[in-house]
Design a protein around this ligand. Structure first.
Ligand SMILES: [Ca+2]
Length: 171
């Protein structure tokens, strides 16, 4: 009897923790090895107003990890704009960030690889045509396509809709 109760509690806690999560997923819809449509990003940040969410409360996973170059998933959220997270060539790529439902945000910032100089730097084009999807409890609230090659992408999140803005850094 006690074991049954414990199992029920575990199931309830598991389901509650699963349900109370949001996910932002960046998916490369193209898959072309010759064009290197996988990811290498510098950072993904979330803001409520001007306040950045505590990234230590978020979790990043990826479709694969470029271990050889040390592009671990944690590097998407480590606050270091010089450390890269990256997937490995050869598989369709996605990068997912999951956070608790009580951490709300209204802006996502995605720092592309070599965001300081996307012209002479490496590989900014890899993110082109990626789809950014925001979902709560696996229910998709919006998705937007990154149709330009930018240094930093800003995605405004308002209610169930979004607007996609982008801008460039100039040095
Ligand atoms: Ca980083």
């Amino acid at each position: 009897m006690d074991i049954i109760i414990i199992i029920i509690i575990i199931v309830v806690v598991y389901k509650t923790s699963f349900i109370s999560a949001w996910e932002v997923k960046i998916t490369q819809q193209l898959f072309d090895d010759s064009s290197h449509h996988y990811f290498s990003l510098a950072e993904i940040q979330f803001f409520k107003g001007n306040t950045q969410l505590d990234s230590s409360m978020l979790n990043c996973t990826m479709s694969s990890t470029d271990d050889f170059n040390g592009m671990f998933p944690s590097h998407c959220l480590d606050g270091d704009l010089g450390s890269l997270c990256g997937t490995y060539p050869g598989v369709p790529s996605w990068i997912s960030v999951v956070g608790p439902d009580n951490m709300t945000f209204d802006k996502i910032k995605i720092y592309n690889r070599d965001w300081q100089d996307t012209v002479s730097g490496c590989c900014a084009y890899r993110i082109l045509n990626a789809v950014v999807t925001y979902s709560v409890n696996s229910d998709v609230k919006f998705s937007t396509v990154l149709r330009t090659i930018d240094a930093v992408y800003e995605i405004q999140v308002t209610g169930s809709s979004s607007s996609h803005h982008h801008y460039y850094y100039h040095y």
